[in-house]
Structure formats: structure tokens, C-alpha cells
Design a binder for this molecule. Structure first.
Ligand code: PRP
Length: 183
């Protein structure tokens, strides 16, 4: 669905599907160049990163394998709890791999900083992060993110993988959720 289909539930479209696709092409070209000749592994963080991984991995020209990690730091609410749980671990041994973590959003940064620490002990040749969205004003910890799609304001956003109570992940655009939906 597109933002028009849920216009009463959102206050603003922040990033359109077309803007996302253009930015993914730019970042994919950068990643292709940066990882030329290297053994790149893309690691997606479920569930939010499904859309960005599907589009970003196909925008790459290299045949990068994809693995998934499922962690969760949010319940049905809108604020990070800071508690990270592993719900599904990787299937791949990271030893000597050049890992690029693909995330839909860095909000407080707690999930990624926990993941980076967790991955650091697994013997990867390198670990970098690509986040489609980043909220600089919400950061509680600094995360070294090599590739960023868009910096956005500290609003509750949904769409393109991002949910509210599991809804809106299938919205093609990224939009600000209207407060009446969650208050
Ligand atoms: C979201 C998002 C990131 C994390 C970012 O995941 O996909 O993984 O929150 O927030 P942080 O920077 O404050 O840690 P969530 O835990 O909501 O799970 P989901 O991907 O299944 O929606």
C-alpha cells in the first residue's frame, strides 16, 4: 500500500518509495566499489530490514549471500526498552567474512551497539553497518554506521518494514504515524 491508502493514520510522508529506491542504488554502487574482491556477507536484522534487504541486495552487482538475525528490543509500544533478545541466530560462521549489517532504522542505537559487540567475538574480517534511516536526535549510544540512507527527525515512523504493533510494514513509503493511532 501507499501513503494515500492510510492518509488518515499518518501525518506526513517522510521518504517516498521512489526516493528510497534512488538512494539504495547510490549506496549499492558505493558498497560494490568498497567491497570489490572481498567476501561480503549481508546480515539483515528481522523483521524490519526485510524490505530494505530485498531491494538493496538486488541493487548490488556482486553475488553477496544474505543471512538473518532476529532480535527485538521493542514490544507493541513506541519506545525502545533497551532489552535485546536473540530470537534467531545466524546460520553462517562469520570467520573471515566481511559483514555488512543491514538495518531499517537506528533509533536509540541500542540494538546495533549490542549486535556489534555480539558479532565482534565471532572472528569476522570486518563489520560495518548500513541503516536506511537514522534518527540523530534519538541516539542514546553512538553507533559507527558506514552507510546511511536518510537522517530523519525523532518522530514515530512506519512503513517500508517499520511497524506499529506489526501493522504498516507493507506501506511502500516511510511516514510519520498520527498520534491518535498509538495514544
Ligand atoms: C527496530 C528496528 C531496529 C531497532 C532500532 O526493531 O528494526 O532493529 O528497532 O531501534 P534502536 O536503535 O532504538 O535499538 P524492533 O525491535 O522494533 O523489531 P522489528 O524489526 O521486528 O520491528
Amino acid at each position: 500500500m501507499r501513503a494515500d491508502d492510510v492518509q488518515n493514520e499518518i501525518t506526513k510522508v517522510l521518504v517516498t518509495e521512489e526516493q528510497i529506491q534512488r538512494r539504495l542504488d547510490e549506496i549499492a554502487a558505493q558498497v560494490d566499489a568498497d567491497y570489490a574482491g572481498k567476501d561480503l556477507l549481508l546480515v539483515g536484522v528481522l523483521k524490519g530490514a526485510v524490505m530494505v534487504m530485498a531491494d538493496f541486495s538486488r541493487a548490488l552487482k556482486s553475488r553477496a549471500p544474505v543471512d538473518w538475525m532476529a532480535v527485538s528490543s521493542y514490544g507493541a509500544g513506541t519506545k525502545s526498552s533497551g532489552v535485546v533478545q536473540i530470537r534467531k541466530d545466524l546460520d553462517t560462521d562469520l570467520h573471515d567474512k566481511h559483514v555488512l549489517i543491514v538495518e531499517d532504522i537506528i533509533d536509540s542505537g541500542l540494538t546495533l551497539s549490542w549486535l556489534l559487540e555480539n558479532f565482534a567475538s565471532r572472528g569476522a574480517a570486518s563489520i560495518e553497518v548500513f541503516a536506511l534511516l537514522r534518527k540523530p536526535d534519538a541516539a542514546k549510544v553512538e553507533v559507527n554506521c558506514r552507510y546511511v540512507g536518510f537522517d530523519i527527525p525523532n518522530d514515530f515512523v512506519v512503513g517500508y518494514g517499520l511497524d506499529y504493533a506489526e501493522g504498516y510494514r507493507n506501506l511502500r513509503d516511510v511516514a510519520v504515524l498520527a498520534p491518535h493511532v498509538y495514544s
